[in-house]
Design a protein around this ligand. Structure first.
Ligand code: KG4
Ligand code: ZN
Length: 365
């Protein structure tokens, strides 16, 4: 529909410079420039390298997104940007760029939450999210169960990891197995040739007295490292595919069991899975089987939309405009530990569009 909001979204919370353009719930462009290869030799994301790469990629990526979408910057109804959580310096590059474009174009600015964006991106694939929706968010930085009754204003955390994120566990296990970084995709691939029941790795926080919706992957990671070490010490060959498959089975078993339980306990019959680890083929398969059995509708965006991208930010920004949420003030800052309950950074109660008034106020103060 032509009158649906046309929004550009900018994502720079980690190592992907993402710029997406969305009209309503329709994806028009999803341009991503990744610095992942620059970090590979360090075994993890180096914040300074990520910030520098965002700075260099920002303007070309915005231009590419506008070209692909076939729209002019002046046609936009708003600019959305990830305000947090994420790496402080990396976030700052995106927030500064969004402010500059919003200022120059005289458009409303929406600083939004990275985690809520990971949920909202599903609208681009499966239409508007049912309310309520349960969300299992699993990425390199987060593993949480969230209940959303309105993706622009009400996202409640039910549980989270108490130590490592699921993606972090994939990355660390990949390192132990000598498979490189990032670990998730390569563990996923290796696991297809292995037997997931070959080794009984521990399922963290899974006894009756443990918190029902929290996760723990640190013990599992250590158990895998010890198992591999013992083989190497004994001079035996490590069955890499079986280790990868058994580790992956343990992670996906816990994630899907807790997510389905959260749905049942809350009487919610829609589950969405987002974040980089949602690209995992076994997680998708197991979640589908368990949701079918429990009568829950499963929504998982395609893998390219699960990892960090600008389209997810544009999707949430567009929903903000659609629902008349107030634009952010022009003194918007990046918040590296932004809580998920803060879905967006609201501006003045009168809300919409007076970016310049906010800017002048901010400059005066
Ligand atoms: O959402 P994301 O792109 O960035 C963060 O916000 O963290 O997630 C990246 C994480 C990495 O840890 C990566 O190893 C993991 O997602 N990942 C996967 C797969 N693809 C990416 N984990 C398991 N299986 C995959 N196929
Ligand atoms: Zn993410």
């Amino acid at each position: 529909m032509a009158d649906e909001p046309l929004v550009l979204g900018i994502e720079t919370s980690c190592d992907e410079t993402g710029v997406g353009i969305v009209r309503g719930t329709t994806l028009l462009a999803d341009a991503v420039a990744s610095s992942v290869n620059d970090h590979a030799r360090y075994g993890g994301v180096v914040p300074e390298i990520a910030s520098r790469a965002h700075l260099e990629a920002m303007i070309p990526t915005i231009r590419r997104a506008l070209d692909t979408a076939g729209v002019k910057a002046t046609d936009l109804d708003g600019i959305a940007v990830t305000a947090g959580p994420g790496l402080a310096g990396a976030l700052l590059v995106g927030v500064s760029a969004a402010k500059a474009y919003a200022w120059a174009l005289d458009k409303p600015l929406y600083g939004v939450n990275h985690l809520a964006s990971h949920i909202c991106v599903d609208q681009l694939e499966h239409g508007r999210l049912p309310e309520p929706t349960m969300a299992l968010l699993v990425s390199g930085g987060h593993s949480s169960l969230l209940l959303s009754t309105d993706i622009t204003s009400d996202v409640r955390p039910l549980g989270a990891t108490i130590d490592d994120a699921a993606g972090e566990a994939f990355d660390k296990v990949a390192r132990v197995l000598g498979l490189g970084f990032p670990g998730g995709p390569v563990v996923d691939r290796m696991a297809r040739e292995g037997d997931g029941s070959a080794i009984a790795f521990p399922r963290g926080l899974s006894s009756a007295s443990d918190p029902a919706y929290d996760f723990s992957f640190s013990g599992l990671k250590t158990a895998v490292a010890r198992w591999v070490e013992a083989r190497r010490r004994a001079g035996e060959e490590v069955p890499v595919a079986d280790v990868a498959a058994s580790f992956q089975e343990a992670v996906t078993d816990v994630l899907t069991r807790k997510a389905v339980r959260a749905c049942k306990d809350s009487g919610v019959d829609h589950l969405m899975i987002g974040g980089g680890v949602a690209a995992n083929s076994r997680l998708r398969e197991m979640a589908q089987q368990r949701c079918d059995k429990a009568g829950i509708q499963l929504r998982v965006p395609r893998p390219g939309l699960c990892t960090d991208n600008g389209a997810m930010v544009a999707a949430l920004g567009s929903e903000m405009v659609w629902r008349g949420r107030s634009a952010s003030a022009f003194d918007l800052s990046a918040d590296s530990s932004m809580p998920v309950t803060e879905v967006h950074v609201p501006g003045a109660p009168d809300g919409h569009g007076d970016v310049h008034a906010h800017a002048h106020e901010a400059l005066r103060s």
